[in-house]
Ligand binder design. Structure first.
Ligand SMILES: [Cu+2]
Ligand SMILES: [Zn+2]
Length: 175
């Protein structure tokens, strides 16, 4: 092999290693309302790890307290019409549920795989969280969306469906 050929081979090997190292992606999260997608609130980063998918949030400008936090089926944060009214973030679809369980049971349950632990927002409106979700891989979430709800999450469909978080207030498409 010529010297140039060796350099190309080494370069390709290095690129291959970099490719392996970048088993992570992120979503820019924006506020959403019935009119559309609003301002950026920060990012959520996803990374494959030994015990599952690592999820790291770096978000600002949210309402203090707990918020339902899920992966939704579609990578689209647009509003969509339901019963004659535009609904914030509805184009994101339902909770990611590849097993077609039809049940909202939270991250430790056997229902929707998109059910994450609730997002805890501090009194300044920031959410810097990190958790590992055993039932998910990076490949599962790419091209989907991450959604923050107005209210909390009781990990059940009772007394209200989907944890009771209600309206979608922020959303990001996962690249
Ligand atoms: Cu949700
Ligand atoms: Zn769910």
């Amino acid at each position: 092999m010529s010297k140039k050929g060796v350099n190309v081979a080494v370069g390709a090997a290095l690129l291959g290693m970099v490719g392996l190292a970048v088993a992570a992606t992120s979503a820019t999260v924006n506020s959403v309302d019935e009119k559309g997608v609003g301002k950026a609130l920060g990012t959520v980063t996803f990374e494959d790890g030994k015990s599952g998918l690592s999820v790291t949030t770096d978000l600002q400008g949210l309402t203090p307290g707990q918020h339902g936090f899920h992966l939704h089926e579609n990578g689209d944060c647009s509003p969509k019409e339901k019963d004659g009214k535009m609904v914030a973030g509805l184009a994101a679809g339902g909770h990611y549920d590849p097993d077609k369980s039809g049940r909202h049971e939270g991250p430790k349950g056997k229902g929707h795989r998109g059910d994450l632990p609730p997002l805890v927002v501090d009194k300044n409106g920031n959410a810097k969280e990190h958790f590992v979700v055993s039932r998910l891989k990076l490949a599962d979430v790419q091209g989907r969306s991450v959604v923050v709800h107005e209210g909390g999450d009781n990990f059940a469909d009772q007394p209200k469906p989907l944890g009771g978080g209600g309206n979608r207030v922020a959303c990001g498409v996962i690249k």
